[in-house]
Structures are given as C-alpha cells and as structure tokens.
Design a protein around this ligand. Structure first.
Ligand code: AMP
Ligand code: GLY
Length: 421
C-alpha cells in the first residue's frame, strides 16, 4: 500500500520510519516533509494548511492511507475533507480536534463529565480577571489563552505582578490571538504524557513517556515544545495507568460521543500526578513531539495495522506489542530557541551520529551539499536500549558526534526516570 504522512518535523520523520517498517507498505509520501525526511521518502511540497491541495495530492497519488502529524491540519478539518472524498485517513475530525483547539471547551468538558482537572474560571474582561487574581493572591495560578498557540499560550507566573501582566498579554494585547482566558489552579507534581490510540468508542494506552518542557537542565528556563523524552516513564505504574484509563480516558471518550464528537486518533493527555492522583493539564489530539520519537520506535507490532484498526473501530482487537527496554531522545536546538532561533549554521557529524542512533530531522535545510540549521528544534536523536541507562548512554554518544554553532541540548534527559528505575 501507499501511505501519505502530513507534517514536516521530527515526529513525522519518526512516523515515516515506523510506517516503512510495515511489510504491507510499498511507498511512503510526505507533505511537505523536510530535507532530512527526503533522504528516505519522497516529499511533495504541499503545506499542511492547504487542505484542498492535500486531498488532490492523495487522489493523484492513489494514496491508500494518510496519517496526520500536527494539530493544525486536524483543526482545519483535513480528516473531514479526506473522508468526504472517500479517502482513508487517521486522525480526529474537526469536531473532535476541539479538545486541543479550545482550552475553554476542554475545561468545560472536563467539568461536565467530572474528569479530574485543576479548578478554573474563564474570563474575557481583563479587569474581572485581575480582580479574581488580586482577591486570591495567596494561591498560585496558571494563565491559558484559548486556542492554538503552538505551545506558547500558557503562562506560569510566580508573582501577582507577573499574573496581572499575563492578563494584559492575553486579553489586552491579545498576544496569542484569543479573546478568552482560562485561569486555573497551579498543580504541583510530576508531569507525564499519556497517549491513547482511540477508535471513537474505545482506546488502547500506548507506552508511557515523559517530556522535558523547559529549555535548560533542572527544568529551568522558558517553556519549549519539548527538549527530550523517554519511554517508558517509571512514574507510570500499571495501577496508575489503569486509574488514568478509568478516571480520565474512558469518561473522555464516552463524553465526546455524548457530545456528538467521537474521537478517532491519538488522544494525548498531558497529566500532572499530584499526591499520586492524575489530573488533566491539557489534551492534544495527535502524537506528542518529541514523545513520538521514543514511542514509535518502541513498538514491535505494525503501526499501519493499528492505525487502520482505529479508523475501523476495532482498536482493542489488534495486539500492540512493545519491545522490552527503553527509548530516549535528546532534542538539539538552535541558539535563541524558543524566542528567536538563529538559522543557517552548518551541522557537522550527522553521518557519525546516525551510526549510533536514529537522528530525526526537525528543522534542517540542505545547501550546496551541506546540512544547515533551519528551525528552533533542529534534530532529535533517539536510541533504544535494554535499560534506560543504556538507551541514554547510546543517545548521548550520538549527540557528542554532532556539532554546530550555538548547538544546545539538555544534559539531564530522563534524570527523573533514572532516579526511579
Ligand atoms: P499546557 O499547554 O496546558 O500543557 O501547559 C504547558 C505547560 O504549563 C505544562 O506542560 C505544564 O508544565 C504547565 N502547566 C499547565 N497547567 C498547569 C497547572 N494547572 N499547574 C501547573 N503547571 C501547569
Ligand atoms: N511535547 C509536547 C507536545 O507535543 O505538545
């Protein structure tokens, strides 16, 4: 069969590699892909936002199955458009993708179906929001702009002054493009990514993983799209996974059906484990990036079988078999990320690194035979190992081969996992 992958980052690079492992797959096409992905799959220059052009591409190329990486085409209705054209596609439709597209919808949904999440209020009036915060200045609050903001619309202020400034950024300057603000209680604990493959009615938990959101070691510095990940995460015990399925995933899937928005695709619950109990911080409607770069290589079974089972409403019938051991990935970012990453620096050592680990390209370009940086997150280096220690050692050995001006990466990926395992 012929598979189309939509997207252009490290997650999509990992998707391409995982899909190519299926004996059923003859060819993988990527739209738009990137020069690193182009080394192993044909790329078509169609942007992820151009839904009609993606439909045309799938028709012209006689694509049998399409897999969507990023959230933007999902919230624009790529799944609806493909289905209307009679094309098979994996991912939630526009109505279901609202779980990522609107934080206000999601918070109200969680409350309605009594799914554990931080207490919150929604504001449109900046003065009312400030009054709320001033009257409750003895507690810590998190400010979230409604709508997609590429991971930037969440503020975690330390002081009342910072909170008030945050209200202005979201509701007055409208820095993140939304008119609505969610103010929610700050939860203390350990964060965890929990991804579930869903068929509209039921879901199967994928292996657990943990992302590292802050730029610098020790969870310091600004929030990023993710600086590294490992899987499995020892904090996710079998008992906790069952509790998450029972108290969060099952009621969410049932609630979405109740709302007339059955969820098919990867439901990503960003969780906070506070005093042993899981709370939903956010939902994403797709694989996490960089979580995909550790999850996808860990599965022994055929991903294409799983995607099709989800589309056809029989996800629990296909066994998902995971390799024993662990996977680790280290994100290599450019100087200036996440604010203003510098581009165009020459990358050395890709070949040597590729001999030791999987090097997924996130933001690279190719010019005159040279590899250049071309984004905030540049590369994602993933390794498998019989243990977390071994996977880590292997991934960092590969990272050491890489070099470019301003190259940045965290040296403490999986430290929490190591302490627990
Ligand atoms: P979100 O996009 O909602 O996941 O938020 C981005 C990041 O902000 C999360 O990964 C957390 O680190 C942090 N965060 C979000 N909500 C809360 C909360 N209620 N309490 C503490 N930290 C939070
Ligand atoms: N790694 C977090 C995300 O994909 O949103």
């Amino acid at each position: 069969m012929k598979v189309l992958v939509i997207g252009s980052g490290g997650r999509e690079h990992a998707l391409v590699k995982a899909i190519k492992r299926s004996p059923r797959v003859r060819e993988v096409l990527v739209a738009p892909g990137n020069p690193g992905i182009a080394a192993e799959a044909r790329c078509a220059e169609v942007p992820v936002e151009d839904i009609p052009a993606l439909v045309r591409l799938a028709q012209e190329e006689k694509i049998d199955l399409t897999v969507v990486g990023p959230e933007v085409p999902l919230t624009l209705g790529v799944v609806d458009a493909f289905q209307k054209a009679g094309l098979k596609i994996f991912g939630p439709n526009r109505e279901a993708a609202i779980l990522e597209a609107s934080k206000v919808f999601t918070k109200n949904f969680l409350k309605k179906y009594r799914i554990p999440t931080a207490a919150y209020e929604v504001f449109t009036d900046p003065e009312a929001a400030k009054k709320f915060l001033r009257e409750r200045s003895d507690s810590r609050w998190v400010l979230k702009s409604d709508g997609l903001a590429a991971g930037k619309g969440v503020l975690v202020p330390l002081t009342l002054e910072e909170s008030l400034e945050g209200v202005d950024r979201i509701l007055v300057k409208k820095e993140f493009g939304s008119q609505q603000l969610v103010i929610e209680e700050f939860l203390e604990g350990e964060e965890l990514s929990f991804m579930v493959l869903c068929d509209g009615v039921e879901g199967i938990a994928l292996a657990s993983s943990q992302d590292h959101k802050r730029l610098n070691d020790g969870d310091l510095g600004p929030n990023t799209g993710g600086m590294g990940a490992y899987s499995p995460a020892p904090v996710m015990t079998e008992a906790l996974a069952q509790e998450v399925m029972r108290t969060i995933i099952a009621p969410s899937l049932a609630g979405m059906r109740e709302e007339g928005r059955p969820f098919v695709g990867v439901l990503y619950a960003g969780l906070m484990i506070q005093a042993g109990k899981p709370y939903v911080l956010e939902f994403n409607v797709r694989f996490g990036d960089p979580e995909a770069e550790v999850l996808l290589p860990r599965l022994e079974s055929d991903w294409v079988d799983l995607f099709e089972a989800a589309i056809e409403g029989r996800v629990t019938k296909v066994p998902a078999k995971w390799r024993p051991g662990s996977a680790v990935c280290i994100v290599i970012s450019a100087e200036g990320y996440p604010v203003a990453p510098r581009k165009g620096d020459e990358i050395q050592g890709l070949e040597a690194a590729g001999e030791l680990a999987m090097v997924y390209h996130s933001g690279t370009s190719r010019k005159d035979g040279k590899w250049l940086t071309n984004g905030g997150r540049v590369l994602c280096v993933s390794a498998l190992g019989d243990s977390l220690e071994l996977a880590l050692k292997q991934a960092y050995a590969a990272v050491e081969k890489l070099c470019f001006r301003g190259m940045h990466f965290r040296k403490d990926i999986a430290a929490r996992g190591l302490a627990k395992s």
